[in-house]
Structure formats: C-alpha cells, structure tokens
Design a protein around this ligand. Structure first.
Ligand SMILES: [Zn+2]
Ligand SMILES: [Zn+2]
Length: 213
C-alpha cells in the first residue's frame, strides 16, 4: 500500500538521520514521519513505539534533543549584523560603531538572541518541559565553556583580540545571556534553577557591557 510505504520510508529517513546525529535532518525526518502517520490516521508515537530498529525511549530522547537545538530560521546563532555599521563594526576606517561597540552584531529580533527555534516549530506532542530541561543542560555546558574561553581571552587582553575573535565572543555572550534570560521565565523549571539562570543572565549582561564597552 502506498500510504503505508510512506510511513516506512519516513521511518527509514529518520533512522538515517538519527545515525547521522545532525539536528536539522532529525527534525525534518521526524516532521515527515509525523505527517505520514497523520495521513494514515496513525499516532506518531505509536509508530515510533512499534518501529523495528528504533528503540522508542532513545528515539524520543534523540528527537527531543534535536528540537531543543533546532535553530532560529531568521539568524545565525542568535545574532544579526548591526544595522548601523552593516556588520563591519566600524563607522569609518578607524572608529568603532557606537551601536554595537565594534562587535558588528546585535541580538536577532525573532528569537531575541537565543538562536533557538520558536516554540511554534516544536511539535506539540514533544514535551516542552523536556525540551527546556535539555536546553538548560546545554546552557550549563556553554557557561563553563565561555568561562574557559574568557579567562584565556582576558589574559591576552580583550583589546588585542582580533575583530573576528571579539565578534565570536560577543556573539556567544549575547546568545548565552538571551538563553539564560529566556529559560529563567519557564515555569517548568524549578525556582532554584530559575534563580541561577537569572543570576547568570545578569552576570553575562555586565560582562558584555564591559567587554564591548
Ligand atoms: Zn555596528
Ligand atoms: Zn534568531
């Protein structure tokens, strides 16, 4: 039967995507499977549960993780080029752009700088609290990663960093500040975690002002 085949074909696509461990293909394959399942009046989680060679528990984890890392379609990891200097960071040959303090970037309007896909791009059957918890894990890792990079960069003196290195660091700080700030608003996370997220966002805000100032 044609329709049943399309569920099977979508499952194959998903198996390949999961094996490839890349975010976008996994999300695309899952959305295709979901569509094929719906066309056959089947429930996508039932399909996954009964699929050969797809352990349903790990599949649901891999899928939730992929959606937790799905990118905002409007920007590059949370940032856009600064409008004032058209992303160059300079107003004339020597003067740093005042709007972006020479970084050449600003937070994306669409995702507010998180770089995450909007809520509407995450299928409703995937638990949002699960997605947010996975995002929190990533934020924690990035906070550690940033601390290591910063201590090295500041030891070298921020002014002496190349424009590209400054931009990368600023972009990471903008994104992480936005992520921590947005997760701090999520009711599904407990108060202790939200308090830490708020404090993290505020520390990053101060650092960013200092770094770019
Ligand atoms: Zn600028
Ligand atoms: Zn964006």
């Amino acid at each position: 039967m044609d329709t049943a085949q399309s569920v099977e074909a979508s499952l194959d696509q998903l198996r390949r995507a999961v094996a490839g461990r890349k975010v976008e293909p996994i999300c695309t394959a899952y959305l295709a499977l979901r569509k094929a399942a719906a066309a056959n009046a089947m429930d996508v989680s039932e399909v996954l549960l009964n699929a050969d060679g797809v352990p349903s528990r790990s599949a649901s984890h891999v899928i939730a993780r992929a959606f937790s890392r799905l990118r905002c379609p409007m920007c590059q990891s949370g940032v856009m080029g600064c409008d004032e200097c058209e992303g160059s960071g300079m107003i004339d040959a020597e003067k740093n752009c005042a709007a972006c303090k020479g970084a050449g970037i600003r937070p994306c309007d669409y995702c507010q700088g998180t770089g995450w896909a909007p809520r509407g791009m995450i299928p409703s059957e995937i638990s949002l609290s699960r997605v947010r918890k996975l995002q929190l894990t990533d934020v924690k890792k990035d906070v550690d990663r940033l601390a290591k990079i910063m201590s090295k960069a500041l030891a070298d003196k921020a002014e002496r960093l190349s424009r590209k290195a400054r931009r990368n660091l600023a972009s990471m700080m903008i994104r992480l500040r936005a992520r921590a700030g947005s997760l701090a608003e999520e009711d599904c996370l407990d108060n202790r975690k939200r308090k830490w997220l708020r404090a993290t966002a505020s520390v990053l805000d101060t650092r960013l002002t200092k770094f770019c100032g």
